[in-house]
Design a protein around this ligand. Sequence first.
Ligand SMILES: NC(=O)c1ccc[n+]([C@@H]2O[C@H](COP(=O)([O-])OP(=O)(O)OC[C@H]3O[C@@H](n4cnc5c(N)ncnc54)[C@H](O)[C@@H]3O)[C@@H](O)[C@H]2O)c1
Length: 271
Amino acid sequence: MEVSYKGRGVLVTGAGVGIGYGLCQAFARAGAYVALNDIDPNLAAESAAKINQEVGAERVTACGQDIADVAAVRQMVRETAARFGRLDVLIANAGITNFGPFLDYTPDAFDRVTGVNLRGTYFTAQAAALEMIARKTSNGRILLMASVTGLQAYPNLSTYGITKAAIIHLARVLGLELGQYGITVNAICPGATLTERTQLDDPNYESNWASVNPTGRVGYVEDIVAAALFLASPQARQITGQNIVVDGGWSISSPIPEESPDLPEESSKLR
Ligand SMILES: NC(=O)c1ccc[n+]([C@@H]2O[C@H](COP(=O)([O-])OP(=O)(O)OC[C@H]3O[C@@H](n4cnc5c(N)ncnc54)[C@H](O)[C@@H]3O)[C@@H](O)[C@H]2O)c1
């Protein structure tokens, strides 16, 4: 399904590289005006310039704010909506992954991860919703980036995992509260997705995850982008408060003993 976002105003957080960058690129290619946020202002500027060069138009503006800073987020959202004269889509994508065993995890790390992933997502969504309502936006769309580790327990990701579980629930509550303003709110749960960061963490990321996903492949940025382009479209107007899992089926499987037969002879008989 090819959707035009011509003239729409889109804000994507945490978008200097990875999934966020792919989202900005896709919306700009589809004709939208895009605010590309990243905590690193130089990276935001470079990435915005790269996409503008590719699409041959000044469609992407860089915003160098830390999503954990609520005052800065409010100002960024206000300025973005004023610059574009509208705000149609927010993708609260910024999130930090920080591994650490539960027994060693520190209050500082807990506060930073929850501050960016949960508090940051919450107040970015609030600021965007207020702008959409004030501007009487029709088809306002808020997408929240969660993770399969908010659905399934994953070792050494307790803090990250609970922020993502909370984001999945946040989509439900906001779907309920914002429906009356024509705004839908949905979460996306990427599974293992190949990005600069995950490749750095594990040079064999692509083949390692392909070997455990039922689809036999790792996730790519374009897989997440495809889900977002649909959920942000006017055609998705009846979908709200949902969580779309894009993980190649990883979260639908549970461990079975290695020695267990797939097709046990006795139990395959119809009685
Ligand atoms: N890549 C995966 O496999 C995967 C899987 C599940 C969920 N996710 C989620 O998807 C989102 C994007 O993941 P990714 O792997 O593309 O991200 P990433 O780790 O590559 O980061 C993308 C960008 O976010 C920026 N950023 C970090 N903290 C920020 C802050 N406080 N404010 C603004 N920008 C900030 C970074 O500078 C970076 O350029 C995250 O929310 C992540 O939790 C990713």
